[in-house]
Design a protein around this ligand. Structure first.
Ligand code: ZN
Length: 312
C-alpha cells in the first residue's frame, strides 16, 4: 500500500447526498476503548452535519459471536447517549440478501468456485499484505456449484485508488497484493467483505468512519461495490488505539471491557484520542452534543495507530 498526503484544496466530495453514517461492531466480546472510539468518531461525524447514524451488528461470522455481546454493546451505546436512527441491522439475519448478491455476481461471471484447501493455498509461494496471495488455481476451471469449496471474486488487474478524508490517497494493487478473495467461505458462511459491501449499499451509507486497521480492506470493498454496481461511500480511517507494545486494543489483547459506567466515563478520553477538544459537561448527552458542534476531523492525528492506556 502507498500513502500520499491529500492534495491541498482538493475535494473528493461528489454531489451532495444526505449524510448517512454507521457504527458496525462485531459482537465477539464486550465493547472496549477501541470500539468506543469508532462509535464516537462515526457518531460525531454524522451528527456534526445533521446526518443519520445507524448501528449494524456484524455477526456474519457466527462461530466468533458471543451470545449476549450484541445487546451488551447496544446498552453501552445507550449509556453513552450514542443514539442511533432506525432499526439495528444484524448480519446473522441477512443470509438471503447476501445470497442474492452472490447470484448477481454469478450471473455476471464475476465469481467462481474454488476447491483449494487451506494447505494447498498456504503452499503457494506468493506472499501479500494478509499472508498468502491466492494464486488463481481454480479461476479457469469452471467448477460446478456442487463442488465443495469457496466462492471467490475475479479481481481485475490494476491499481485501486481512493481518497481517504484523513489518510490521503490510498492505492492498492488488489490482484497482486491479495488476489481473488473469498466471498463465501468453504464452510458456507458469507465473508465479511461481502456482507459489509451489501449492507452499506442497502442502508444507503454515504460515509464510512472506522479504524485504520480496515484501510487495507477498503480497496477490496471498492472492487466489490463496482462489481455489484453500487456507489462507493466516502471513507475516513482514524488511527487505531494500541497498547504500549503496539498491539491493537481488542478483545483478543485483553483490553479492559467497558461497562455502562466506565464507557460513559471514557468518553472524554475518546474525544482526546481523536484530537478533539473535550468540552465541559455534566453528562454524556451534553458532552457529545457540544463535541458534535466542535467536531473537526482535521484534528485527528494522521497515523495508522496511536498508543493509548485507559487505566494507568
Ligand atoms: Zn482454488
Amino acid at each position: 500500500m502507498v500513502l500520499t498526503p491529500p492534495a491541498s484544496g482538493a475535494s473528493s466530495e461528489g454531489p451532495a447526498r444526505t449524510y448517512h453514517g454507521r457504527f458496525a461492531p462485531s459482537p465477539s466480546g464486550p465493547l472496549h476503548f477501541g470500539s468506543l472510539v469508532a462509535a464516537v468518531a462515526s457518531w460525531l461525524d454524522a451528527r456534526a452535519v445533521g446526518g443519520r447514524w445507524s448501528v449494524r451488528i456484524e455477526d456474519v461470522d457466527a462461530p466468533r459471536t458471543v451470545p449476549g455481546a450484541a445487546d451488551a454493546i447496544l446498552r453501552v451505546l445507550e449509556a453513552c447517549a450514542l443514539e442511533w436512527d432506525g432499526p439495528v441491522l444484524r448480519q446473522s439475519e441477512r443470509g438471503a440478501i447476501y445470497d442474492q448478491a452472490l447470484a448477481t455476481l454469478r450471473a455476471a461471471g464475476e465469481i467462481y468456485r474454488c476447491r483449494c484447501t487451506r494447505r494447498e493455498i498456504a503452499d503457494s509461494a506468493l506472499r501479500g499484505i494478509e499472508g498468502v496471495v491466492y494464486p488463481g488455481t481454480c479461476r479457469d476451471l469452471g467448477l460446478a456449484s456442487e463442488v465443495p469449496g469457496a466462492l471467490r471474486l475475479r479481481v481485475p488487474p490494476g491499481i485501486v485508488a481512493f481518497e481517504d478524508r484523513l489518510q490521503g490517497c490510498i492505492e492498492q494493487d488488489v490482484a497482486r497484493e491479495v488476489g481473488d478473495f473469498v466471498l463465501e467461505r468453504r464452510d458456507g458462511l458469507h465473508a465479511y467483505q461481502l456482507a459489509v459491501v451489501v449492507d452499506d449499499a442497502e442502508q444507503g451509507i454515504t460515509d464510512v468512519v472506522r479504524g485504520a486497521d480496515l484501510l487495507a480492506s477498503t480497496p477490496r470493498q471498492i472492487l466489490l461495490q463496482r462489481a455489484l454496481g453500487h456507489a462507493t461511500p466516502r471513507y475516513l480511517h482514524f488511527p487505531i488505539a494500541v497498547d504500549a507494545r503496539g498491539e491493537k486494543l481488542s478483545k483478543q489483547s485483553l483490553a479492559p471491557a467497558l461497562d455502562l459506567q466506565s464507557a460513559a466515563a471514557a468518553l472524554p478520553a475518546a474525544l482526546a484520542f481523536l484530537g478533539q477538544e473535550v468540552p465541559a459537561a455534566t453528562n454524556a448527552r451534553e458532552l457529545l452534543a457540544e463535541a458534535a458542534r466542535r467536531w473537526d476531523p482535521a484534528r485527528i492525528e494522521r497515523v495508522a495507530a496511536r498508543p493509548f492506556a485507559l487505566f494507568g
